[in-house]
Ligand binder design. Structure first.
Ligand code: HAM
Length: 415
């Protein structure tokens, strides 16, 4: 029998109410901040991602689903949203219409990674981007939005890891210092890191290879290389967060796996996740609009892994009473009554009740059994006598009591 592709998952009907619940929370919380939803295509021209995320990152080097389409053009299933969104905002000139643009998104993303708990090849992200403000207030707003969503879902005890990569000048100085340091311990680094050391030493800091992690322990601290502008920016972000009751953990070696960041970078971690402990991450990307050929335009954003949020919520058992069970089953053992049955069913549906009726031409007894199994609260019985008298019987499945009412009263009946 055919199976799904490794690293992908079917979201079965039994799980869908959890997904819808998370989406509902996201819609509510993003609305409180005035963010609006953005949707872009699932695939883009390959260069949308390769240039912006960085040629030396794992995402671009190893993880992209890139293929030539029938016309010979290279296209890529989106591994993340930020680059695609910047492409789209520039294309439609949205950044020139309002002073600040606030967007959120939810959808599938694709990375060819080794699947494990919380790591998939098709996964889902919820994210938000705040575009056109260079100020720390917007870094703060974006992190606060992630905090609101996390807390609204009941994820209260996460850790916010925070760092600053500074502006271009600070980062250049740090880059040189890193190259000097890692060159001095070159032979102890992984082959990958030895290769990319001169091209992009920040990637060595983000490497998961144990020998690189060990070597990175003695590396210079980026916070020592921040100039006044970068330091002031970072300090105000921290201050605003603390004033809102969010205590960041400052992590000078947090650089993240994408090349487009400057200034603030952050990750949301939860101990409920195990090895893949980040359920969200983001940062500022002041140079990305230029990479796409636009004028300089500062921006900041984050994305959260929905499957990872689900793992945390499952561990915390934080779902409210979610139910997509039907309310009513209309039972009848007589297909000659179908027009009357359907009249009853329509009245109930128009009242907003989730209403089932038999499609298998089963006996009345089996229909009762099915109704019971489906978990309905009420069964409405429609037999010949009811039809002839324009009545229905309503049975409460919990208490067992049964009453008879006229069909004309059904629309107003309080179930
Ligand atoms: P990212 O850290 O690559 O950032 O991904 C964000 C989140 O997506 C991760 O924290 C994780 O929860 C989830 N995620 C990533 N890869 C996988 C996977 N293979 N399986 C399951 N979940 C995964 C970005 O994507 C940036 N675009 C975030 C951003 C927005 N920066 C600025 N704006």
């Amino acid at each position: 029998m055919l199976q799904n592709v490794k690293g992908t998952k079917d979201i079965l009907p039994g799980q869908i109410s959890k997904w819808q619940y998370i989406e509902d929370v996201i819609r509510k919380e993003t609305a409180k901040f005035g963010y609006v939803e953005y949707r872009t295509p699932i695939f883009e021209k390959t260069e949308v991602f390769s240039r912006s995320i960085g040629e030396n990152t794992d995402i671009v080097n190893k993880e992209m689903y890139t293929f030539a389409d029938k016309g010979g053009d290279s296209v890529t299933l989106r591994p993340e949203m930020t680059a695609a969104l910047v492409r789209s905002v520039l294309q439609h000139n949205l950044h020139s219409l309002t002073p600040t643009q606030r967007y959120w998104y939810f959808g599938p993303f694709f990375r060819y990674e080794r699947p494990q708990k919380g790591r998939l090849r098709q996964f889902h992200q919820f994210g938000a981007e705040c575009i056109s403000s260079p100020n720390p207030e917007s870094d703060y707003e974006i992190i606060l939005l992630a905090d609101y969503v996390s807390k609204a879902l009941g994820i209260n005890d996460y850790t916010l890891k925070l760092n600053s990569l500074g502006n271009i000048a600070s980062r250049e100085k740090y880059r040189e210092a890193l190259i000097r340091y890692f060159s001095s311990v070159r032979s102890s680094l992984s082959a990958d890191s030895q290769n990319r050391l001169e091209i992009n030493p920040l990637r060595v800091l983000d490497s998961k290879a144990p020998e690189d992690i060990e070597a990175a322990k003695g590396s210079p601290n980026i916070l020592d290389f921040l100039d006044t502008e970068s330091r002031d920016h970072f300090e105000l972000v921290i201050k605003l967060l603390k004033q809102s009751g969010i205590e960041p953990e400052i992590c000078p070696r947090l650089v993240r796996g994408l090349d487009y960041y400057s200034h603030t970078v952050f990750e949301f971690q939860s101990s409920a996740l195990g090895a893949q402990d980040s359920f969200g991450g983001g940062g500022r990307y002041n140079e990305l609009f230029q990479e796409f050929g636009g004028k300089p335009n500062p921006a900041v954003g984050f994305a959260m892994g929905v499957e990872r949020m689900l793992i945390i919520l499952d561990a915390l058992d934080k779902y409210p009473g979610l139910s997509d069970l039907p309310d009513v089953y209309v039972v009848s053992g007589n297909t000659n009554l179908l027009p009357y049955i359907n009249r009853v069913v329509n009245i109930l549906r128009n009242k907003g009740l989730r209403t089932l009726s038999d499609l298998q031409r089963k006996s009345m007894k089996s229909q009762f059994r099915e109704a019971n199994k489906a978990g309905v609260k009420f069964v409405v019985v429609v037999g010949v006598e009811e039809f002839e008298n324009e009545k229905v019987q309503i049975k409460n499945m919990a208490g067992g009591e049964q009453i008879e009412i006229g069909i004309s009263e059904l629309a107003e009946y309080d179930f």
